[in-house]
Design a protein around this ligand. Structure first.
Ligand code: ACO
Length: 320
């Protein structure tokens, strides 16, 4: 069975924060952020939460697909910034959207999360376990970045994107997904010190740490590699793809991938200018935007590719 996306949705916090506004609070500038990353604005959650954004994006995806809540058999939320450890964000979404027949769980693969969740759903579809799924990427990264680390905090934003998927007859979509835990130290978040009845601890919860240059080198090497790998599985050439929807971390990473594949950048839509890096949410927010702008035609070939902490990375090939 083949996974097909029938509807998309997205949700963003109302508060827009420009590079100029950030430079009033820290030693940075619009010129530095824009030239290094392409980012101009980002949205930061004030009252919104990971689950409220996920619910809004999910509701829009259901509406777009004209799907009834009871039709959904599984909901997966990809996130590394849930509101709480228990219950999972997916269970909150299941309750608030009335997905009464759906099994619900979260998945954490950082910025590759939406892609890994889609592949999980494809596997369930192939095995004949479920036929309708809601896949959501949702993040509230502003609460875990270190606002004193100007090299990292300026890059991220909050938001959520969702896709309603159904199983249909046909060969399964091709996926390539990879992990390399030995590179985990380059992007980490140690939130909870060990403290309990028998162990006192003064340590404060940790904040996100990133070695930007290492992440950059990893991304520009691995993303083209896995895109070639997924194209080879389908005997396709890079130029036969209509749209490349990449994780929105950095414009220079996207330009480098386009160059290495020999594909014009026009085939790589971006929105990081407005939202920064929203981790697991970035690909589904972008997918929703290109869908709602009417850029996707029936039968278009899409490559989605994500990369991030773990390390994790991957690509998938979808027919629209
Ligand atoms: N404003 C002004 N100056 C800054 C800022 C800032 N916000 N941040 C760092 N600088 C300074 C540094 O202190 C340094 O100054 P120095 O030379 O005097 O020491 C200088 O700018 C250069 O810093 P670099 O870190 O070398 O800058 P670089 O050109 O490598 O760009 C960046 C940094 C933008 C972070 C880049 O490495 C990058 O984008 N990496 C990829 C990051 C990424 O995509 N991460 C997300 C992965 S997704 C996930 O899973 C969550």
């Amino acid at each position: 069975m083949r996974l097909k996306i029938y509807g998309t949705g997205s949700a963003l916090p109302a508060k827009k924060v420009s590079n100029d506004l950030l430079s009033e609070y820290m030693d940075t500038s619009d010129e530095w952020i824009r030239s290094r990353t392409g980012i101009v604005n980002r949205r930061l959650a004030m009252e919104e939460t990971t689950s409220s954004l996920a619910v809004e994006a999910g509701r829009k995806a259901l509406e777009d697909a004209k799907a009834a809540p009871e039709e959904v058999e599984i909901v997966i939320v990809a996130t590394f910034t849930p509101d709480c450890s228990l219950p999972s964000t997916a269970c909150i979404v299941q309750d608030q959207l009335g997905l009464t027949h759906a099994v619900a769980f979260d998945l954490n693969a950082a910025c590759s999360g939406f892609l890994f969740a889609l592949n999980t759903v494809q596997a369930y579809f192939s095995a004949g376990v479920y036929r309708t799924a809601l896949v959501i990427g949702a993040e509230n990264i502003s609460k875990v970045v270190d606002w004193k680390d100007r090299g990292t905090c300026v890059l991220f934003g909050d938001g959520a994107g969702a896709a309603l998927c159904r199983a249909e007859d046909g060969a399964a979509c091709n996926f390539v997904q990879k992990s390399d835990g030995s590179g985990g130290a380059v992007l980490s978040l140690k939130e909870r010190p060990i403290a309990h009845l028998f162990r006192e601890c003064d340590e404060k919860p940790g904040k996100m740490y990133m070695n930007g240059q290492e992440v950059f080198k990893f991304a520009v090497r691995k993303v083209p590699e896995c895109i070639h790998e997924v194209l080879d599985l389908a005997y396709l050439k890079p130029e036969e793809v209509d749209w490349y929807l990449l994780h929105q971390a950095n414009k220079r990473i996207i330009s480098s991938v386009a160059k290495r594949l020999g594909i014009p950048e026009e085939k790589f839509p971006t929105n990081l200018e407005e939202y920064g890096n929203t981790s697991a949410a970035s690909i589904p927010i972008l997918l929703d935007e290109v869908n709602r702008k009417g850029m996707l035609k029936e039968g278009d070939i899409l490559v989605l590719s994500g990369f991030g902490a773990g390390l994790t990375w991957g690509a998938c090939l979808l027919e629209w």
